[in-house]
Design a binder for this molecule. Structure first.
Ligand SMILES: Cc1ncc(COP(=O)(O)O)c(C=O)c1O
Length: 359
């Protein structure tokens, strides 16, 4: 029986470290809905500073953070948001901006690197002179790093250009920065500079940073004031939330520095998988901690079969569609886990191809 477990499904699967658990046990707490939890306040202050914004707010999840931001930017009925057709907000957040907020999404094609062409964004902005028929564009959303494109990073230059475009048309810019720390480390640019052009930004504490739960929204003080009210409306106001925030503070201290090694491990993993006959990784797309690989049809192996066989070796990954598998590195994946994974994939693929008669 295999006792080893290598969990590459996502960077959300990490377990709190001993230091996080100790910090949670001894956290100084109070009622945060009433605004009195000192640990939540400490985390929010620290994150506002890191992100170069006036204020910050702790919310339960990245989905709620994006929802709050879009709804707070688009309070007037008939508002429209421009966002990528493969953005997390558009694909994976239950259409909450529409179902709960009545905000109309206008999608622009995401390129392979996660960007949207600036010209296409500009063309998607509604002409206010025809507001008798058109919704009103109020917001542009970017995602950095861009999950669906394999964790690729939007550069400061690109983000600044989108920021300038937003300003030109009197729009707001929001960045879904669920993995903004990964992008910052990969690009070698401080988070505050990377998001300077954005009015608001979200950053997940429970992804690359390894905290058990929570996302931060950062932005202007008056925006955070409104966001806090909406957080309560959505049921996201939590009482002694300092217990969770304490773990997030440890995550900031312990794990930001580990992201660079995570990215190196992702590259090693990508190269190892790409060297296996019949599997392909777009190596240039591996900029941070996410690796996608394709199974060549000629192997006659489905992604489901490969995943099942990997599980028998204690390796867990996720399907990303037909013949496509996603592997995500986080701080609890070691270099030997990476080597083990590559050698298991090689052995399994070889065995399955053998079973298929080498077709
Ligand atoms: C880019 C991006 N944004 C937002 C989210 C939503 O975060 P949560 O799972 O905390 O709701 C995710 C989750 O994977 C994500 O990848």
């Amino acid at each position: 029986m295999v006792t080893r477990r290598v969990d590459l499904r996502s960077d959300t699967v990490t377990k709190p470290t001993e230091a996080m658990r100790a910090a949670m046990a001894s956290a100084d707490v109070d009622d945060d809905v009433l605004g009195h939890d000192p640990t939540a306040a400490r985390l929010e202050k620290e994150m506002a500073k890191i992100m170069g914004k006036e204020a910050a707010l702790f919310v339960p999840s990245g989905t709620m953070a994006n929802l709050i931001c879009v709804l707070t930017h688009c309070q007037i009925r008939g508002s429209e948001v421009i966002l990528g057709d493969y953005s997390h907000i558009h694909i994976y957040e239950n259409g909450g901006i529409s179902t709960l907020g009545g905000v109309h999404p206008r999608t622009v094609k995401n390129n392979e690197d996660g960007t949207m062409d600036i010209q296409l964004i500009e063309e998607a902005i509604r002409d206010p002179s025809f507001e008798i028929c058109y919704p009103t564009t109020r917001l542009i959303c970017l995602e950095n790093s861009h999950a669906h494109s394999g964790g690729r990073c939007l550069t400061t230059e690109y983000t600044d250009q989108v920021g300038e475009l937003a300003k030109k048309y009197g729009l707001k810019l929001h960045i879904d920065g669920a993995r903004i720390f990964n992008a910052s480390v990969a690009l070698g640019v401080p988070v505050h500079r990377l998001v300077q052009a954005a009015d608001t930004v979200t950053a997940c504490l429970s992804k690359g940073l390894g905290a058990p739960a929570g996302t931060i929204i950062a932005g202007p003080r008056d925006f955070i004031y409104k966001a806090k009210i909406l957080r309560k409306t959505l049921g996201g106001g939590m009482r002694q939330v300092g217990v969770i925030c304490a773990a997030a503070l440890v995550a900031l201290e312990e794990n930001v520095a580990k992201l660079e090694t995570d990215h190196k491990k992702a590259k090693t993993l990508a190269e190892g998988v790409n060297n296996i006959k019949g599997l392909n990784v777009d190596l240039a797309s591996v900029e941070t901690n996410i690796v996608y690989f394709d199974i060549q049809e000629s192997l006659g192996i489905t992604e489901g079969k490969l995943l099942k066989n990997l599980e028998a070796h204690g390796i867990f990954a996720m399907s990303e569609g037909p013949l496509k598998i996603r592997l995500v590195i986080h701080h609890q994946i070691s270099e030997t886990d990476v080597q083990y994974t590559v050698s298991c994939i090689q052995k399994i693929v070889g065995g399955l191809v053998g079973e298929n008669g080498g077709n």
